[in-house]
Design a protein. Structure first.
Length: 229
């Protein structure tokens, strides 16, 4: 059984320029997921899909491979993660290389943990799931979510839950946006990472931070320091 880690890292990040190789706590941020993937000892190969020569060189310096460059078609703002993964798998097929399982790890994930990756890969294999994703529990039940109208007035989105006790409502979760594990055959057939046979692994808040703004970056640094104190 062969496994591949794919780290998609294009060069054209807009909100934080050159985000994928920006220094984070002393080293390029893409180095963290590469190092975690190596330390997890789960993967036969760890590759970076990029259209950018500098990103490729940085990735290789941390131990990842860049066996081919990403196509221009899948290096724009409209290409989805699934598009990129399908392209990578097709390029490996041309090289006569095939994998049973893959893990797509996003490049700006400095809080990623090798043990969590290892546990996720073990769980997808043992449970027979087609895919697995890390999730974070919402801190407050979304069933009691509020909305604001054009007159600045509040109302419940789900008024039937207006009087419900929070402890009586089912917990809800959202995508942690850190990585996705999947069976290659199932993904190539369904072309989606989330299906009726998707398993979950719950993450702690201090191990996840979506990074789209400077404030997000600073929060990730605080969490990193907390985790490593």
């Amino acid at each position: 059984m062969k496994s591949l880690a794919i780290i998609p890292a294009r060069g054209g990040s807009k909100r934080i320029p050159r985000k994928n190789i920006r220094p984070f706590m002393g080293k390029p941020v893409i180095g963290y997921p590469i190092t975690a993937a190596i330390q997890s000892e789960c993967f036969d190969e760890i590759m970076v899909s990029t259209d950018d020569k500098e990103i490729a060189e940085v990735a290789q310096s941390f131990g990842a491979t860049v066996p081919f460059m990403r196509s221009e078609k899948n290096a724009n703002d409209h290409a989805t993660t699934a598009d990129v993964l399908l392209e990578v798998l097709e390029e490996y097929k041309k090289l006569n290389k095939h994998f049973d399982y893959c893990c797509c790890i996003y490049p700006v994930t400095p809080l990623i943990d090798a043990e969590i990756l290892s546990g996720a890969m073990k769980k997808i294999i043992e449970t027979g799931a087609d895919s697995l994703m890390p999730v974070i529990r919402y801190s407050h039940p979304i069933q009691r979510a509020l909305q604001i109208d054009s007159q600045d007035r509040l109302s419940f989105i789900y008024p039937e839950n207006a009087l419900a006790r929070t402890q009586d409502l089912s917990p809800t979760f959202h995508d942690a946006g850190q990585f996705y594990c999947f069976k290659v055959d199932a993904f190539q057939k369904n072309k989606t990472l989330i299906s009726k046979n998707t398993a979950a692994i719950q993450m702690a808040e201090n191990h996840v931070q979506d990074i789209d703004t400077e404030e997000d970056w600073q929060m990730a640094e605080l969490k990193y320091c907390f985790n490593n104190q």
